[in-house]
Write a protein that binds this ligand. Sequence first.
Ligand code: PMP
Length: 456
Amino acid sequence: MSHSADDLVRRSLAHVWHPCTQMKDHEWLPLVPVERGEGAWLIGPDGKRYLDAVSSWWTNLFGHRHPHIVARMKEQLDTLDHAMLAGFTHPPVVELSERLAAITPGDLSRCMYTDNGSSAVEVALKMSHHYWALNGQPERTRFVALSGGYHGETLGALAVSSTGLYRDAYRPLLLEPLVVRAPDCGVMEPGGRAPGVSWEDHARRVFREMEATLERHHKEIAAVIVEPLIQCAGGMRMWPPIYLKLLREACDRYGVHLIADEIAVGFCRTGKLFACEWADIVPDFLCLSKGLTGGTLPLAVCMTSERIYEAFYDDYSTGKAFLHSHSYTGNPLTCTAALATLDILEQQDWPAHVRGLGQHLYGAVSELSRHPHVAEIRQQGFVLAIDLAADGPGRKPYPAGERRGLRVYQHGLEHGALLRPLGNTVYFMPPYVVTEEEIDWLAGVAIEGIERATAD
Ligand code: PMP
Protein backbone atom coordinates (compact mmCIF):
# COMPACT_ATOMS: atom_id res chain seq x y z
CA MET A 1 0.00 0.00 0.00
CA SER A 2 1.35 3.37 -0.90
CA HIS A 3 0.76 6.32 1.43
CA SER A 4 1.10 9.99 0.82
CA ALA A 5 4.02 11.29 2.87
CA ASP A 6 2.04 14.17 4.38
CA ASP A 7 -0.89 11.97 5.28
CA LEU A 8 1.36 9.46 7.04
CA VAL A 9 3.02 12.17 9.10
CA ARG A 10 -0.29 13.79 10.07
CA ARG A 11 -1.79 10.47 11.20
CA SER A 12 1.38 9.48 13.05
CA LEU A 13 1.39 12.73 15.00
CA ALA A 14 -2.28 12.20 15.85
CA HIS A 15 -1.77 8.81 17.50
CA VAL A 16 1.82 7.60 17.77
CA TRP A 17 3.85 8.59 20.81
CA HIS A 18 7.33 8.46 19.31
CA PRO A 19 10.20 7.18 21.45
CA CYS A 20 12.88 9.34 22.99
CA THR A 21 11.21 12.47 21.63
CA GLN A 22 9.82 15.74 22.93
CA MET A 23 6.74 15.50 20.71
CA LYS A 24 6.35 19.29 20.63
CA ASP A 25 9.57 19.45 18.59
CA HIS A 26 7.54 18.09 15.71
CA GLU A 27 5.71 21.40 15.47
CA TRP A 28 8.85 22.62 13.67
CA LEU A 29 11.00 19.52 13.17
CA PRO A 30 9.55 17.36 10.40
CA LEU A 31 8.81 13.72 11.19
CA VAL A 32 10.34 11.60 8.44
CA PRO A 33 8.00 9.12 6.77
CA VAL A 34 9.58 5.85 5.64
CA GLU A 35 7.95 3.21 3.51
CA ARG A 36 10.69 0.95 2.22
CA GLY A 37 14.15 -0.25 3.12
CA GLU A 38 16.75 -1.21 0.53
CA GLY A 39 20.23 -2.18 1.63
CA ALA A 40 21.73 0.72 3.56
CA TRP A 41 18.91 3.04 2.47
CA LEU A 42 15.51 4.00 3.85
CA ILE A 43 13.01 5.33 1.34
CA GLY A 44 9.98 7.54 1.93
CA PRO A 45 6.57 7.36 0.21
CA ASP A 46 7.63 10.49 -1.64
CA GLY A 47 10.68 8.65 -3.01
CA LYS A 48 13.15 10.52 -0.75
CA ARG A 49 16.13 8.35 0.16
CA TYR A 50 18.17 8.40 3.37
CA LEU A 51 21.43 6.55 3.90
CA ASP A 52 20.96 4.87 7.28
CA ALA A 53 24.31 5.93 8.77
CA VAL A 54 23.23 4.92 12.29
CA SER A 55 21.89 1.49 11.27
CA SER A 56 18.44 2.37 12.67
CA TRP A 57 19.59 2.70 16.26
CA TRP A 58 22.55 0.36 15.72
CA THR A 59 20.42 -2.66 14.86
CA ASN A 60 21.08 -3.21 11.20
CA LEU A 61 24.17 -5.14 10.10
CA PHE A 62 23.71 -6.18 6.47
CA GLY A 63 21.22 -3.69 5.10
CA HIS A 64 17.44 -3.53 5.18
CA ARG A 65 15.46 -6.48 3.82
CA HIS A 66 18.52 -8.66 3.31
CA PRO A 67 17.29 -11.36 0.91
CA HIS A 68 18.62 -14.28 2.96
CA ILE A 69 17.03 -13.06 6.20
CA VAL A 70 13.74 -12.30 4.43
CA ALA A 71 13.67 -15.72 2.73
CA ARG A 72 14.31 -17.65 5.95
CA MET A 73 11.68 -15.64 7.81
CA LYS A 74 9.10 -16.27 5.09
CA GLU A 75 9.84 -19.97 5.22
CA GLN A 76 9.50 -20.00 9.01
CA LEU A 77 6.13 -18.25 8.84
CA ASP A 78 4.81 -21.18 6.84
CA THR A 79 5.64 -23.62 9.64
CA LEU A 80 5.39 -22.05 13.10
CA ASP A 81 4.62 -18.46 14.09
CA HIS A 82 4.86 -18.67 17.85
CA ALA A 83 4.72 -21.14 20.69
CA MET A 84 5.30 -20.50 24.35
CA LEU A 85 8.74 -21.59 25.49
CA ALA A 86 7.83 -22.81 28.98
CA GLY A 87 7.31 -26.56 28.69
CA PHE A 88 7.76 -26.42 24.88
CA THR A 89 10.66 -26.03 22.49
CA HIS A 90 11.15 -25.67 18.74
CA PRO A 91 13.93 -25.98 16.14
CA PRO A 92 14.85 -22.27 15.72
CA VAL A 93 15.43 -21.68 19.44
CA VAL A 94 17.44 -24.88 19.82
CA GLU A 95 19.64 -24.22 16.81
CA LEU A 96 20.16 -20.58 17.75
CA SER A 97 21.20 -21.46 21.30
CA GLU A 98 23.69 -24.05 20.05
CA ARG A 99 25.18 -21.62 17.57
CA LEU A 100 25.39 -18.73 20.02
CA ALA A 101 27.11 -21.00 22.53
CA ALA A 102 29.63 -21.94 19.81
CA ILE A 103 30.52 -18.41 18.68
CA THR A 104 30.50 -16.43 21.94
CA PRO A 105 33.61 -16.27 24.12
CA GLY A 106 34.53 -19.03 26.55
CA ASP A 107 32.01 -21.19 28.36
CA LEU A 108 28.84 -19.15 27.84
CA SER A 109 26.53 -22.02 27.04
CA ARG A 110 23.11 -21.08 28.46
CA CYS A 111 20.72 -18.71 26.71
CA MET A 112 17.80 -16.89 28.34
CA TYR A 113 15.84 -14.96 25.72
CA THR A 114 13.92 -11.71 26.02
CA ASP A 115 12.46 -9.43 23.40
CA ASN A 116 14.52 -6.27 23.93
CA GLY A 117 17.93 -5.32 25.21
CA SER A 118 16.73 -3.69 28.44
CA SER A 119 15.00 -6.90 29.47
CA ALA A 120 18.15 -8.91 28.79
CA VAL A 121 19.94 -6.57 31.20
CA GLU A 122 17.16 -7.13 33.76
CA VAL A 123 17.76 -10.87 33.43
CA ALA A 124 21.48 -10.45 34.04
CA LEU A 125 20.95 -8.25 37.12
CA LYS A 126 18.30 -10.54 38.59
CA MET A 127 20.22 -13.72 37.85
CA SER A 128 23.39 -12.36 39.37
CA HIS A 129 21.74 -11.34 42.63
CA HIS A 130 19.68 -14.53 42.73
CA TYR A 131 22.81 -16.64 42.21
CA TRP A 132 24.46 -15.05 45.23
CA ALA A 133 21.31 -15.44 47.32
CA LEU A 134 21.21 -19.13 46.42
CA ASN A 135 24.84 -19.37 47.48
CA GLY A 136 24.23 -17.99 50.95
CA GLN A 137 25.14 -14.35 50.16
CA PRO A 138 21.78 -12.55 49.88
CA GLU A 139 23.42 -9.32 51.03
CA ARG A 140 24.93 -8.92 47.58
CA THR A 141 22.26 -6.50 46.36
CA ARG A 142 24.36 -3.77 44.75
CA PHE A 143 25.67 -3.25 41.26
CA VAL A 144 28.64 -1.28 40.07
CA ALA A 145 28.19 0.76 36.91
CA LEU A 146 30.41 3.15 35.00
CA SER A 147 29.64 6.85 34.73
CA GLY A 148 28.17 7.68 31.35
CA GLY A 149 26.96 4.11 30.82
CA TYR A 150 23.61 3.17 29.32
CA HIS A 151 21.87 -0.18 29.66
CA GLY A 152 18.24 0.46 28.81
CA GLU A 153 14.98 1.98 29.94
CA THR A 154 13.31 -0.55 32.24
CA LEU A 155 13.77 0.40 35.88
CA GLY A 156 16.61 -2.02 36.66
CA ALA A 157 18.51 -1.27 33.46
CA LEU A 158 17.88 2.46 33.88
CA ALA A 159 19.13 2.31 37.47
CA VAL A 160 22.56 1.11 36.31
CA SER A 161 22.64 3.70 33.53
CA SER A 162 24.05 7.07 34.40
CA THR A 163 23.03 9.20 31.50
CA GLY A 164 21.20 11.88 33.49
CA LEU A 165 19.02 12.88 30.60
CA TYR A 166 17.18 9.56 30.51
CA ARG A 167 17.33 8.80 34.21
CA ASP A 168 16.70 11.91 36.30
CA ALA A 169 12.89 11.97 36.17
CA TYR A 170 12.73 8.46 37.61
CA ARG A 171 15.43 8.76 40.25
CA PRO A 172 13.07 8.15 43.21
CA LEU A 173 12.07 4.81 41.70
CA LEU A 174 15.54 3.43 41.08
CA LEU A 175 18.07 1.18 42.78
CA GLU A 176 21.22 3.10 43.66
CA PRO A 177 24.25 1.61 41.95
CA LEU A 178 27.84 2.33 42.92
CA VAL A 179 28.95 4.55 40.08
CA VAL A 180 32.63 4.46 39.23
CA ARG A 181 34.34 6.87 36.84
CA ALA A 182 34.45 5.43 33.34
CA PRO A 183 37.82 5.00 31.64
CA ASP A 184 36.51 7.20 28.83
CA CYS A 185 39.50 8.33 26.81
CA GLY A 186 37.87 11.40 25.29
CA VAL A 187 39.66 14.63 25.99
CA MET A 188 36.47 16.65 26.54
CA GLU A 189 35.53 15.13 29.88
CA PRO A 190 36.33 16.98 33.11
CA GLY A 191 39.22 15.03 34.62
CA GLY A 192 39.44 13.08 31.36
CA ARG A 193 42.52 11.94 29.52
CA ALA A 194 45.13 14.66 29.30
CA PRO A 195 46.43 15.28 25.79
CA GLY A 196 49.53 13.16 25.21
CA VAL A 197 48.60 10.48 27.76
CA SER A 198 48.03 7.13 26.06
CA TRP A 199 44.62 5.44 26.27
CA GLU A 200 46.19 2.54 28.09
CA ASP A 201 47.93 4.69 30.73
CA HIS A 202 44.75 6.67 31.26
CA ALA A 203 42.68 3.49 31.66
CA ARG A 204 45.15 1.97 34.12
CA ARG A 205 45.08 5.12 36.21
CA VAL A 206 41.28 5.35 36.21
CA PHE A 207 41.01 1.66 37.05
CA ARG A 208 42.30 2.40 40.56
CA GLU A 209 38.86 3.85 41.36
CA MET A 210 37.19 0.61 40.34
CA GLU A 211 39.68 -1.37 42.36
CA ALA A 212 39.03 0.80 45.43
CA THR A 213 35.25 0.41 45.09
CA LEU A 214 35.51 -3.36 44.75
CA GLU A 215 37.88 -3.60 47.66
CA ARG A 216 35.63 -1.54 49.90
CA HIS A 217 32.20 -2.90 48.91
CA HIS A 218 32.69 -6.33 47.37
CA LYS A 219 30.72 -8.13 50.06
CA GLU A 220 27.57 -6.24 49.07
CA ILE A 221 28.20 -6.24 45.30
CA ALA A 222 26.54 -8.77 43.00
CA ALA A 223 28.03 -7.62 39.70
CA VAL A 224 29.80 -4.93 37.72
CA ILE A 225 28.08 -4.00 34.47
CA VAL A 226 29.88 -2.39 31.53
CA GLU A 227 29.49 -1.68 27.83
CA PRO A 228 32.79 -3.11 26.58
CA LEU A 229 34.96 -0.58 24.72
CA ILE A 230 32.24 1.89 23.65
CA GLN A 231 29.66 3.63 25.81
CA CYS A 232 27.32 4.22 22.95
CA ALA A 233 24.25 6.16 24.15
CA GLY A 234 26.50 8.12 26.52
CA GLY A 235 28.10 9.77 23.48
CA MET A 236 30.23 7.06 21.83
CA ARG A 237 32.80 7.34 24.60
CA MET A 238 35.61 4.88 23.99
CA TRP A 239 38.00 3.02 26.22
CA PRO A 240 40.72 0.43 25.68
CA PRO A 241 40.68 -3.36 26.26
CA ILE A 242 43.19 -3.16 29.11
CA TYR A 243 40.48 -1.84 31.42
CA LEU A 244 38.29 -4.82 30.62
CA LYS A 245 41.17 -7.17 31.32
CA LEU A 246 41.93 -5.51 34.66
CA LEU A 247 38.23 -5.55 35.50
CA ARG A 248 37.89 -9.28 34.78
CA GLU A 249 40.90 -10.00 37.01
CA ALA A 250 39.55 -7.81 39.80
CA CYS A 251 36.05 -9.33 39.60
CA ASP A 252 37.66 -12.75 39.98
CA ARG A 253 39.78 -11.56 42.89
CA TYR A 254 36.82 -10.08 44.75
CA GLY A 255 34.34 -12.79 43.72
CA VAL A 256 32.02 -10.42 41.86
CA HIS A 257 30.19 -11.12 38.58
CA LEU A 258 31.00 -9.25 35.39
CA ILE A 259 28.11 -8.38 33.06
CA ALA A 260 29.15 -7.44 29.52
CA ASP A 261 26.41 -5.49 27.80
CA GLU A 262 27.29 -6.01 24.13
CA ILE A 263 23.80 -5.09 22.99
CA ALA A 264 25.18 -2.28 20.85
CA VAL A 265 28.80 -3.34 20.26
CA GLY A 266 28.36 -7.06 19.56
CA PHE A 267 28.44 -8.63 16.10
CA CYS A 268 31.56 -6.93 14.71
CA ARG A 269 30.84 -3.26 15.43
CA THR A 270 34.19 -2.89 17.21
CA GLY A 271 36.09 -4.84 14.56
CA LYS A 272 35.86 -8.21 16.31
CA LEU A 273 32.80 -10.43 16.53
CA PHE A 274 32.42 -9.52 20.21
CA ALA A 275 34.14 -6.62 21.95
CA CYS A 276 35.22 -8.89 24.85
CA GLU A 277 37.53 -10.66 22.39
CA TRP A 278 39.78 -7.56 22.31
CA ALA A 279 40.65 -8.23 25.94
CA ASP A 280 40.41 -11.99 25.61
CA ILE A 281 38.03 -12.21 28.55
CA VAL A 282 34.82 -14.10 29.27
CA PRO A 283 32.09 -12.29 31.21
CA ASP A 284 29.76 -14.11 33.60
CA PHE A 285 26.79 -12.69 31.71
CA LEU A 286 26.76 -11.50 28.11
CA CYS A 287 23.77 -9.47 26.89
CA LEU A 288 23.13 -9.35 23.14
CA SER A 289 20.36 -7.81 21.03
CA LYS A 290 20.13 -5.26 18.18
CA GLY A 291 22.38 -6.88 15.51
CA LEU A 292 21.35 -10.33 16.72
CA THR A 293 18.55 -10.40 14.13
CA GLY A 294 20.45 -8.27 11.63
CA GLY A 295 18.14 -5.40 12.56
CA THR A 296 14.91 -7.08 11.47
CA LEU A 297 13.04 -8.13 14.60
CA PRO A 298 13.26 -7.56 18.34
CA LEU A 299 15.18 -10.30 20.12
CA ALA A 300 17.68 -10.30 22.95
CA VAL A 301 19.54 -12.88 24.95
CA CYS A 302 21.37 -13.04 28.24
CA MET A 303 24.00 -15.76 28.07
CA THR A 304 25.74 -17.33 31.03
CA SER A 305 27.80 -20.36 32.05
CA GLU A 306 26.92 -23.83 33.35
CA ARG A 307 28.29 -22.79 36.72
CA ILE A 308 25.60 -20.12 37.14
CA TYR A 309 22.93 -22.35 35.59
CA GLU A 310 23.65 -25.18 37.97
CA ALA A 311 23.05 -23.02 41.03
CA PHE A 312 19.38 -22.82 39.99
CA TYR A 313 19.09 -26.50 39.05
CA ASP A 314 17.45 -28.49 41.83
CA ASP A 315 14.24 -30.16 42.95
CA TYR A 316 11.14 -28.04 42.44
CA SER A 317 10.47 -27.98 46.17
CA THR A 318 13.73 -26.09 46.83
CA GLY A 319 12.24 -23.03 45.07
CA LYS A 320 15.51 -22.29 43.31
CA ALA A 321 14.21 -21.84 39.76
CA PHE A 322 14.78 -18.61 37.84
CA LEU A 323 11.15 -17.63 37.38
CA HIS A 324 11.50 -14.97 34.72
CA SER A 325 9.51 -14.99 31.48
CA HIS A 326 8.12 -12.87 28.69
CA SER A 327 5.17 -13.95 26.54
CA TYR A 328 7.30 -13.94 23.41
CA THR A 329 10.44 -15.48 24.92
CA GLY A 330 12.31 -17.32 22.15
CA ASN A 331 9.77 -16.51 19.43
CA PRO A 332 10.50 -18.80 16.43
CA LEU A 333 10.34 -16.07 13.82
CA THR A 334 12.79 -13.81 15.61
CA CYS A 335 15.10 -16.76 16.31
CA THR A 336 15.00 -17.58 12.60
CA ALA A 337 15.96 -14.02 11.75
CA ALA A 338 18.91 -14.45 14.13
CA LEU A 339 19.88 -17.77 12.51
CA ALA A 340 19.84 -16.15 9.08
CA THR A 341 22.02 -13.36 10.48
CA LEU A 342 24.52 -15.90 11.80
CA ASP A 343 24.52 -17.60 8.36
CA ILE A 344 25.58 -14.30 6.78
CA LEU A 345 28.14 -13.64 9.50
CA GLU A 346 29.76 -16.97 8.66
CA GLN A 347 29.96 -16.24 4.95
CA GLN A 348 33.00 -13.98 5.03
CA ASP A 349 35.55 -12.38 7.33
CA TRP A 350 33.27 -9.55 8.49
CA PRO A 351 35.58 -8.33 11.27
CA ALA A 352 38.32 -7.67 8.70
CA HIS A 353 35.82 -6.09 6.30
CA VAL A 354 34.44 -3.87 9.06
CA ARG A 355 37.92 -2.75 10.12
CA GLY A 356 38.70 -1.88 6.50
CA LEU A 357 35.52 0.19 6.19
CA GLY A 358 36.39 1.89 9.47
CA GLN A 359 39.80 2.92 8.14
CA HIS A 360 38.23 4.25 4.99
CA LEU A 361 35.72 6.25 7.01
CA TYR A 362 38.50 7.72 9.15
CA GLY A 363 40.34 8.84 6.03
CA ALA A 364 37.17 10.40 4.65
CA VAL A 365 36.57 12.63 7.71
CA SER A 366 40.16 13.17 8.81
CA GLU A 367 40.28 16.75 7.47
CA LEU A 368 37.94 17.61 10.38
CA SER A 369 40.76 17.06 12.86
CA ARG A 370 41.94 20.58 11.91
CA HIS A 371 38.48 22.11 12.20
CA PRO A 372 38.27 24.88 14.83
CA HIS A 373 35.01 23.47 16.22
CA VAL A 374 36.01 19.82 16.35
CA ALA A 375 37.55 18.77 19.64
CA GLU A 376 38.19 15.16 18.79
CA ILE A 377 37.65 12.36 16.29
CA ARG A 378 37.75 8.87 17.78
CA GLN A 379 37.15 5.46 16.36
CA GLN A 380 36.81 1.83 17.26
CA GLY A 381 36.09 -0.59 14.43
CA PHE A 382 33.28 0.80 12.32
CA VAL A 383 32.10 3.28 14.95
CA LEU A 384 33.45 6.79 14.51
CA ALA A 385 32.56 9.82 16.63
CA ILE A 386 33.28 13.52 16.26
CA ASP A 387 32.84 15.91 19.20
CA LEU A 388 31.83 19.45 18.36
CA ALA A 389 33.22 22.15 20.62
CA ALA A 390 32.67 25.88 21.00
CA ASP A 391 36.42 26.32 20.63
CA GLY A 392 38.33 23.28 19.45
CA PRO A 393 41.69 23.67 21.15
CA GLY A 394 40.13 24.92 24.43
CA ARG A 395 37.60 22.11 24.19
CA LYS A 396 34.73 24.01 25.67
CA PRO A 397 31.58 22.06 24.81
CA TYR A 398 28.67 23.88 23.22
CA PRO A 399 25.80 24.40 25.68
CA ALA A 400 23.43 21.45 25.21
CA GLY A 401 20.50 23.86 24.70
CA GLU A 402 22.04 25.11 21.44
CA ARG A 403 21.32 21.69 19.95
CA ARG A 404 24.19 21.90 17.47
CA GLY A 405 23.99 18.18 16.78
CA LEU A 406 20.38 18.58 15.76
CA ARG A 407 21.49 21.03 13.08
CA VAL A 408 23.75 18.34 11.65
CA TYR A 409 20.78 15.93 11.74
CA GLN A 410 18.64 18.43 9.81
CA HIS A 411 21.38 19.07 7.29
CA GLY A 412 21.79 15.32 6.81
CA LEU A 413 18.08 14.82 6.18
CA GLU A 414 18.00 17.63 3.62
CA HIS A 415 20.77 15.86 1.73
CA GLY A 416 19.61 12.27 2.18
CA ALA A 417 21.70 11.07 5.12
CA LEU A 418 20.34 9.76 8.39
CA LEU A 419 22.92 11.00 10.89
CA ARG A 420 21.45 11.33 14.36
CA PRO A 421 24.02 12.97 16.65
CA LEU A 422 24.04 12.38 20.41
CA GLY A 423 24.15 15.91 21.79
CA ASN A 424 27.34 17.50 20.44
CA THR A 425 28.68 14.17 19.19
CA VAL A 426 28.21 13.39 15.52
CA TYR A 427 28.79 9.70 14.89
CA PHE A 428 28.69 7.06 12.20
CA MET A 429 27.66 3.45 12.74
CA PRO A 430 26.46 2.30 9.31
CA PRO A 431 25.46 -1.17 8.13
CA TYR A 432 28.41 -3.24 6.88
CA VAL A 433 27.12 -3.21 3.30
CA VAL A 434 27.83 0.47 2.62
CA THR A 435 30.30 1.01 -0.17
CA GLU A 436 33.43 3.17 -0.02
CA GLU A 437 31.72 5.59 -2.42
CA GLU A 438 28.75 5.85 -0.07
CA ILE A 439 31.10 6.44 2.86
CA ASP A 440 32.85 9.25 0.95
CA TRP A 441 29.53 10.84 0.11
CA LEU A 442 28.29 10.49 3.69
CA ALA A 443 31.48 12.04 5.04
CA GLY A 444 30.99 14.98 2.67
CA VAL A 445 27.44 15.54 3.93
CA ALA A 446 28.61 15.32 7.56
CA ILE A 447 31.50 17.75 6.98
CA GLU A 448 29.15 20.28 5.36
CA GLY A 449 26.64 19.75 8.16
CA ILE A 450 29.30 20.37 10.81
CA GLU A 451 30.44 23.46 8.94
CA ARG A 452 26.87 24.80 8.92
CA ALA A 453 26.12 23.80 12.51
CA THR A 454 29.18 25.57 13.86
CA ALA A 455 29.16 28.65 11.60
CA ASP A 456 27.78 31.09 14.21
N1 PMP B 1 22.30 -1.65 26.35
C1 PMP B 1 22.90 -0.92 25.41
C2 PMP B 1 24.40 -0.85 25.41
C3 PMP B 1 22.16 -0.23 24.46
O1 PMP B 1 22.79 0.52 23.55
C4 PMP B 1 20.75 -0.35 24.48
C5 PMP B 1 19.87 0.35 23.46
N2 PMP B 1 20.33 1.49 22.88
C6 PMP B 1 20.16 -1.14 25.46
C7 PMP B 1 20.95 -1.77 26.38
C8 PMP B 1 18.67 -1.30 25.54
O2 PMP B 1 18.19 -2.08 24.49
P1 PMP B 1 16.67 -1.91 24.04
O3 PMP B 1 16.52 -0.54 23.46
O4 PMP B 1 16.47 -2.99 23.02
O5 PMP B 1 15.82 -2.12 25.25
